[in-house]
Design a protein around this ligand. Sequence first.
Ligand code: TXA
Ligand code: MG
Length: 344
Amino acid sequence: MLNIDHQIREGIRCLKNGGIVGFPTETVFGLGAKADDVGAVAKVYSVKSRPQDHPLILHLSKMEEANTWVEEIPRAAHKLSKAFWPGPLTLIFKAKSGVANHFSGNLGTIAIRVPSHPIARALIIGLGTGIVAPSANRFGRLSPTSSSDVFEELGGKVDLIIEAENCRIGIESTIVDLTEDRPVILRPGIIDQEKISLVLGEDVVQKVSQTNKAPGSHPVHYAPNTPLTVVYRDQLEKFLHKDTSGLSVAVLGRSIRPQFSGAAVWQVAPTDSLPYAKNLYSLLRRLDNSGCELIAVEEPPFNGDWMAVHDRLKKSSIPKMALMEFIKNVKEKKLKNTKHGSNK
Ligand code: TXA
Ligand code: MG
């Protein structure tokens, strides 16, 4: 690995000169631009093929820096930032007029996060102002959790990718909207509903609408190229032997490969929610690159700890009708090819 101090210096120089940089945070890798550099931010949108109305998160080194960007800091923000910053939590504020339009989709609000990763912090502090950064993947694809993932996603299109260890958390930050009467969780994460409610001293709801304010919550986001579906443990055998017979299926399983498995690839996932989340995207990337026609994820448990994982799996899955259609088409195509082959 290249010398980290040298990479940080290069990263700061690059950002100061209007470049865009792939860098690690504790959640996933970001694609950073100097927040007040309209041209550099535009480059982030174009490199990601991200629609202009999808707002980006502003990364700061401490809460006080938010004063430059936001109208007011509500009490809830003080409580949450004290409890969870620096860390994997993003807060939505009302923006000061005109300061953030180029990365906030003209919403009049602004998403702010103070990351804990030492490299992210060194970049922000060295730059002397905030870094605007979405996850460093092409639009709608899995977030990268390693430098090589960023290279696979965007290599050649960005000015610099910082080489660092894999991300500790592995899924994106929790997003809490503080611009309405009551705080609302727009995107679940490792800092979960229970922890947030406890700190705020009130029950905080989680938004479930599909067209809400966080475009990352649209269905089929964070998706691999290969269609993905989640299958209940007790239906997996039938799914592999009957429903998808003839298809090559890669399974992200919860236990060692069972006797019955008709899977082409069987990947065992970690048992606990935190290591599962940490490895989720990299394992899905591996299965995506395995050449299989379909990815089946054995459904994880359903309790508090697993909500963020369920959210990401849901966003990676194709809808049931589309899945059935896909399986039918692959089977028909194969049948046709077999008939064609035997007619020769
Ligand atoms: O962990 C993370 O949050 C990572 C790292 C790099 O910090 N970043 C990340 O950024 O996941 P991105 O752009 O992939 O996702 C940001 C999410 C999107 O769903 C976006 O819609 C939402 O934040 N968002 C940003 N600004 C917003 C705003 N003003 N109002 C509502 N949602 C906002
Ligand atoms: Mg993203």
